[in-house]
Design a binder for this molecule. Structure first.
Ligand code: UTP
Length: 288
């Protein structure tokens, strides 16, 4: 059983500057909620008992977002804004979240490494808030089934156009069943001609606790950061690691164009705004 999830949210968000100068990237709105709220809700829907968010300086807005705000609740009560009040209270009641502070942004691998004591030797999940999925069954639920069958680490993978591979960790796969691959190797941000496949790793992971031993001996890699991909390669040499080609839509909301695409994709399906937004887009289309 997987009970704990790590949500790394300590990065600089350089690709979103200047929007992220004073605002954490993870707090940028996606339709009507901050990006990070989607992953917290996803964790709760998967029955995760403990949510560990990795933050850094300048990210206090994240903690405030998931905390009670009695003044605001009082104001909404006075204004008889029942629906908004429920919504605001609901966010604070979402779950028991704990925070770990990454004092220096030494990379995604390092952000995970500092949660070691809280994870305390259990298998756990990692959700990256800027990888947005739109699927009937969330990718992590699909991956949990693979974990149950094979009892090894599972990473989400997806086929990506060759010229985009240099933005991802790319696996060297050995197919073992439909949509399931064993990792023979993995390369971080390869040039397309050097990529071992077109299967890129995306931001949902189920990891065995042995990943911490691998992270501990992983030297800084590309960009001087401790890369989770490099630790996965070490782990795959010691125990089987699997890639699962999930079913569903994916948006890379870690860059402005991707966030825009995710916003349009999700807004079209929004129960309240969707129909009006669709009409708006039809109008725009006529002008193109
Ligand atoms: P990204 O590379 O997408 O995030 O890392 P970033 O570093 O904030 O973005 P850019 O490249 O500067 O634009 C994936 C996830 O890992 C977290 C980020 O917050 C993001 O959720 N991360 C990254 C950390 O928590 N610590 C780090 O040192 C680096």
């Amino acid at each position: 059983m997987i009970r704990k999830v790590v949500i790394p949210a300590a990065g600089w968000g350089v690709r979103f500057l200047p929007a992220t100068k004073a605002l954490p990237k993870e707090m940028l709105p996606l339709v009507d909620k901050p990006m990070i709220q989607y992953v917290v809700e996803e964790a709760i829907s998967c029955n995760m008992e403990q949510i560990i968010i990795v933050t850094s300086s300048g990210k206090s807005a994240i903690e405030e977002h998931f905390d009670r705000d009695f003044e605001l609740e009082y104001l909404l009560e006075q204004k008889k804004e029942r629906e908004l009040l429920e919504e605001v209270r609901g966010i604070a009641e979402l779950s028991n979240i704990c925070y770990v502070r990454q004092k220096e942004q030494l990379g995604l691998g390092h952000a995970i490494l500092i949660t070691r004591e809280l994870i305390a030797g259990e298998p756990f999940a990692v959700f990256l808030p800027d990888d947005v999925f739109d699927a009937k069954v969330s990718p992590i639920k699909q991956m949990l089934q693979v974990y149950q069958r094979y009892q090894g680490s599972v990473v989400a993978v997806r086929r990506v156009a060759r010229d985009e591979l240099r933005s991802y960790g790319v696996i060297e796969p050995q197919q073992i069943e439909e949509r399931v691959y064993q990792l023979l190797g993995v390369v971080e941000k390869p040039e397309p001609e050097a990529a071992p496949s077109d299967l890129a790793i995306l931001g949902r992971y189920i990891l065995t606790p042995e990943i911490f031993e691998a992270l501990e001996v992983t030297p800084p890699g590309i960009g001087g950061e401790i890369q989770l991909t490099d630790a996965l390669r070490l782990l795959a040499q010691r125990q089987a690691v699997y890639g699962y080609e999930f079913e569903g839509e994916y948006y890379d909301a870690g860059r402005p164009l991707g966030l825009l695409q995710a916003t349009v994709g999700l807004a079209l399906k929004h129960p309240k705004m969707g129909p009006d937004f669709k009409e708006f887009l039809k109008g725009i289309r006529r002008q193109l």
